[in-house]
Write a protein that binds this ligand. Structure first.
Ligand SMILES: Nc1ncnc2c1ncn2[C@@H]1O[C@H](COP(=O)(O)OP(=O)(O)OP(=O)(O)O)[C@@H](O)[C@H]1O
Length: 378
C-alpha cells in the first residue's frame, strides 16, 4: 500500500494558544497509503496537530502540504481529507443511508447516482443491509462503522481519525481495530490515527510519531519505537521497561559499563556520548531478562550481565508472573510464563541474566527533559 509518495507534509509547524505552545516545530512526512499514528499522553498536542491537517485550526507558524499543495490557509471543506471523531457525530434524524449520502449531497451528487457508492461504503465496513436503520437502532461499534463509511464514501486522499474507538468497551475496541486495519488495506487512503493507547498504535500502525509536550520525540516503525526508543520518555511510554540508574565506570568504543548498586552492567546500545563518571539510566525490557537457580558456565556464556538478586514481589497475571527482584536499592522486573514459574517465593536468592545488546543507556540528564519517572504512570 505504502509506496513512499508523500501525502502530507508538516514543515516547522508551531501552534500557540495565547503564549502557550501546544505544538512546537513539528516536521512530519506521511506517505501515501500509510497507517500513521500520533501517539502520546493527554495534552501532548495530537489532536491539535490533526486539526491543523484537517484545516480546523490554523498554525501559528509553518506550512502544511497535502499531495504537494500548500494548504496551510485553505479552508477545511476544500481539503480532500475527512475526519472521524470518537463520538461518531451521525445525524440522529437520518437513516444510515442518508447519513452516508450526506457528504455526496454536499457535493451535489444525485441520490440515484450515489446509491452504488453508498452500497459499496456499507459493504466496506461490513454493514450491508443496515441502510434503512436509524443511528439509535445501532450498537456503538456499528455506529462507528457507519461513521467510517460516511467518511470514506467520497474517497478522500486521507482519513483523520481522532481516538475513534475511545468510546467502545475493551472487546469491541479490539474487534474494531481489526475492522479498521482491514478497511485500510482495502482502500487506497492514508490513515492518520490519534491515540494515547500504545498497544493500539503498535498493533495497527505502519509508523508512529511519539509526542510529548507539543514536541516530537520519535518517528518510526512500531519495531523501531519498541526496540530502539530514542529517549527515556519513549522507553517508558511504549511497553514495559526497567530503568536502572548508575554511573559510567568504563567506556569502550562500542560498549559502556555502568555501576548499578555495585553490579557492573554492560551495554552496547546508547543514546548520546558518555564519559567515565557520568550518571546514566540503563534500560532493559522485562521480557529480555532470564532467571535461574544456578549461574553455571552456560548461563554466564549466554548472558554478559549476570548477578544474584532476591525476589521482592510476585504478581500473578493469568498466563504469566511478574517477578520483581532487589539488589541494593535497585529493583528489576521480569516476566516468567506460568509453566516456568515453579513455585518461586519472596526472599529466594536467584541469578538474573540479560544480554549486553538488550541494554540501552541514556544520559541521566535526559530525565530533566523526558521526565521518564512521571511518565511511567501513563
Ligand atoms: N482551543 C484551545 N485553547 C487553549 N488551549 C488549547 C486549545 N486546544 C488545545 N489546547 C491545549 O493544547 C494542548 C494540546 O491539546 P491537544 O488537544 O492537542 O492534546 P491531545 O494530545 O490531543 O490530548 P488528549 O489525548 O487529551 O485529547 C493542551 O494543553 C490543551 O489544553
Amino acid at each position: 500500500m505504502n509506496n513512499q509518495e508523500t501525502e502530507i507534509q508538516l514543515i516547522q509547524i508551531t501552534k500557540k494558544f495565547g503564549n502557550f505552545a501546544a505544538v512546537q516545530n513539528v516536521n512530519l512526512e506521511i506517505h501515501h497509503g500509510e497507517f500513521f499514528s500520533l501517539l502520546g499522553p493527554s495534552g501532548c498536542g495530537k489532536t491539535t496537530t490533526l486539526r491543523m491537517i484537517a484545516g480546523l485550526e490554523e498554525p501559528t507558524e509553518g506550512q502544511i502540504c497535502l499531495a504537494g499543495e500548500d494548504v496551510t490557509y485553505k479552508p477545511a471543506h476544500l481539503r480532500n481529507v475527512n475526519t472521524v471523531f470518537q463520538d461518531y457525530a451521525l445525524f440522529p434524524h437520518m437513516t444510515v443511508e442518508e447519513n452516508i449520502y450526506f457528504p455526496l449531497k454536499m457535493k451535489k451528487v444525485k441520490y440515484s447516482s450515489a446509491q452504488a457508492m453508498i452500497e459499496e461504503a456499507l459493504s466496506l465496513v461490513n454493514m450491508t443491509g443496515f441502510g434503512k436503520r436509524y443511528p439509535q437502532q445501532l450498537s456503538g461499534g456499528q455506529r462507528q462503522r457507519i461513521a467510517l463509511a460516511r467518511s470514506l464514501v467520497n474517497r478522500p486522499r486521507a482519513l483523520l481519525l481522532d481516538e475513534p474507538l475511545g468510546a467502545l468497551d475493551f472487546k469491541l475496541r479490539i474487534a474494531m481495530q481489526k475492522v479498521l486495519k482491514d478497511i485500510q488495506k482495502n482502500v487506497d487512503i492514508t490513515f492518520i490515527y490519534v491515540t494515547h493507547d500504545q498497544t493500539e498504535a503498535i498493533t495497527m500502525s505502519d509508523r508512529i510519531c511519539v509526542m510529548k509536550d507539543g514536541l516530537i520525540h520519535q518517528i518510526g516503525t512500531p519495531d523501531e519505537i519498541y526496540n530502539s526508543p530514542a529517549s527515556t520518555f519513549v522507553a517508558s511510554f511504549i511497553g514495559d521497561m526497567n530503568f536502572l540508574e548508575g554511573q559510567v565506570v568504563q567506556k569502550g568504543e562500542n560498549s559502556v559499563t555502568i555501576d548499578v548498586d555495585g553490579k557492573p552492567i554492560l551495554s552496547t546500545r546508547f543514546e548520546g556520548t558518555f564519559s567515565k563518571g557520568d550518571s546514566v539510566v540503563a534500560c532493559i525490557r522485562p521480557e529480555k531478562i532470564c532467571l535461574d537457580k544456578v549461574c553455571d558456565s552456560e548461563f554466564q556464556n549466554k548472558f554478559e550481565n549476570h548477578f544474584q538478586a532476591s525476589i521482592h514481589r510476585i504478581v500473578f497475571r493469568g498466563t504469566d508472573y511478574e517477578i520483581t527482584l532487589k539488589f541494593g536499592q535497585s529493583e528489576i522486573r521480569l516476566i516468567e510464563s506460568a509453566s516456568e514459574f515453579n513455585n518461586k517465593k519472596i526472599g529466594d536468592q536467584l541469578f538474573i541474566g540479560f544480554q549486553k545488546d538488550d541494554v540501552i543507556t541514556y544520559l541521566k540528564e535526559c530525565k530533566k527533559v523526558c521526565d521518564y519517572e512521571t511518565n511511567l504512570d501513563n
